[in-house]
Design a protein around this ligand. Sequence first.
Ligand code: SAH
Length: 257
Amino acid sequence: MVHFVGSGPGAVDLITVRGQRLIREADVILYAGSLVNPALLKEAKESCEIHNTAVMTLAEVLSVMERSAAEGKRIVRLHTGDPSIYGAIREQMDALDRMQIPYEVCPGVSSFCGAAAAMKTEYTLPEVSQTVIITRAEGRTTVPKRERLSALAAHGATMVLFLSAGLLQQVKSELLAGGYGPDTPCAIVYKATWPEEQIVRGVLNELPEMAEKSGICKTALILVGDFLGDEYALSRLHAPDFATEYRNAVSSDAERL
Ligand code: SAH
């Protein structure tokens, strides 16, 4: 059995309880050494065989899985954040299907959630944005044409860019061309939830300089949108005049806000 496990954004105690148990029980762990916090591996059994997949091809990863599964071992494939976001797990799962090796997926806290927590912010503010676009700039990996940044920018929604910290001139010009104003608030969140976490705030027009000045060129998320600004509406859910299944409407609330 192979368990794909999301390791969370970095802090060792942000893995799920289930994920931690799977690490403790594993006979073989394959971990994404470029981003997974190696401190998580301290939970593994002493006899556990550990592979860093940062230096392995897909075929090598699959051959370790195939050999270990044939030996009846419990295998954990540890991905950063949540495996469903830029995790390259589909190709592994399809190969396991072909090899008739069973697998399960244990979700993790994605770095975009870790970044929001680090910044103490909310992506979906009433009357500001009710949509979060998770995307990336086109680099060595191509992005379908219909998803080019300028087209996505037309929505003016909250945007979270993965894998793009080294492409910020391109990000800036595409987002400006697409309709975000030059003063749209932005943030670069480096290694959210790690001890070396860094947050740099600014506006879209100065995005490349923000990264240059702080020396950040990887392991960062770029957050863009007015959710980083000061204006928003209060939620309807907790408004006094808003009845729900759980609460009757009341005419007024103590004016504490
Ligand atoms: N599956 C992961 C993303 C893997 S892609 C997740 O759910 O988070 C790798 C990219 O994720 C990095 O280039 C960076 O853009 C982002 N990333 C991963 N961990 C991060 C962290 N702790 N802080 C900021 N960005 C992070």
